[in-house]
Design a protein around this ligand. Structure first.
Ligand code: SF4
Ligand code: SF4
Length: 302
């Protein structure tokens, strides 16, 4: 995902800066200015669209598969590969670069990006990155977001006269809209911490997370074709929306993950009373069993 990619780029940039090389991350505000233009006339045109680590957000996949007229299954098998995200240990889909074509992106041609209006969020951000850092001295340990310029030496777009502010660039690239679409998913990635620093996300939870993050048709079958609706109460209006609309289903999926994987309450889906009773009884039984085992162990040690 963009955050992971950007963090790697910051790390890379900071390392290069120490070596005195050309990449210089500069912290920026909304009204900070920079010069940039990427168009077929630049000598480096399309050269950066290769060997990129592009993590696809759920919304990226919906836009791309609709653009290409594919199902999620077809899109994933042709253009993506699964990856465990380093910073959180959760499974995500990465855009597969073409090894047989020098690591080029499958969507790049000499005329530019063939999916430009539906390109992934990662491609929209460049050259403005968004990062969040813990700034103890400024905000009492709160995370603080800031923008920075990724000024890479090979990119000739910075030599063009077109002037932007961070705000006007983000408007032009629809970054705010994409951020709104991706925010909840990003938050879910970071909630992985609720499993504890050392513990692995259970395999079943990983499976659910990957399904909701990458495959709307499969998730729809899961909701309407399994015992899902015997377990949860979902109102008719929501059911109608998620049956027809992938983006609505994606947002519903985030609510489901919050509940099923991270144990949070959700306003849009509730466990049925009988299932809730059964779940509570199972939890009490498990706790009693655990307590008896611990008592037995303690007796054995005495
Ligand atoms: S999706 Fe488009 S902009 Fe992004 S790397 Fe591929 S060709 Fe370049
Ligand atoms: S290197 Fe910069 S100017 Fe060249 S194609 Fe990539 S983004 Fe555009």
């Amino acid at each position: 995902m963009a955050l992971d990619h950007l963090k790697k780029r910051i790390d890379k940039a900071l390392r290069k800066e120490k070596d005195g090389a050309a990449i210089q991350p500069v912290q920026m505000q909304m009204d900070s200015k920079f010069n940039f233009r990427c168009y077929p006339g630049v000598s480096c045109f399309t050269r950066c669209c290769r060997n990129m680590n592009i993590i696809l957000t759920p919304y990226d996949i919906i836009r791309l598969k609709q653009r290409l007229g594919l199902t999620s299954d077809m899109f994933l098998s042709l253009y993506a590969e699964p990856e465990i995200l380093g910073i959180t240990g959760v499974p995500v889909a990465r855009l597969k670069m073409l090894e047989e074509r020098d690591g080029r992106c499958p969507f790049v041609t000499e005329n530019g990006c063939q999916v430009y209006s539906d390109r992934p969020v990662c491609c929209r951000y460049y050259p403005i990155g968004l990062a969040s850092l813990r700034q103890k001295e400024k905000s009492g340990g709160e995370e603080e977001e800031f923008f920075f310029l990724i000024k890479e030496e090979h990119c000739k777009g910075f030599q063009e006269p077109d002037e932007w502010t961070v705000r006007s660039w983000r408007e032009d690239q629809e970054s705010d809209f994409y951020d709104r679409m991706n925010r909840e998913w990003m938050e879910l990635l970071l909630r992985k911490r609720s499993f504890g620093e050392e513990s692995e996300m259970p395999p079943k939870a990983k499976e659910l997370f990957y399904m909701v993050s990458t495959n709307m048709e499969r998730f729809r079958r899961f909701v309407f074709g399994s015992r899902f609706l015997d377990t949860y109460v979902v109102d008719e209006k929501t059911l109608k929306k998620i049956l027809e609309d992938d983006v609505e289903l994606m947002q519903f999926g985030f609510e489901y993950l919050k509940h099923a994987v991270f144990g949070a309450e959700s306003p849009v889906l509730k466990l049925r009373e009988e299932i809730l009773d059964k779940t509570v009884k199972q939890i009490i039984k498990r706790r009693k069993k655990k307590r008896r085992r611990l008592e037995k162990l303690a007796k054995g040690r005495r």
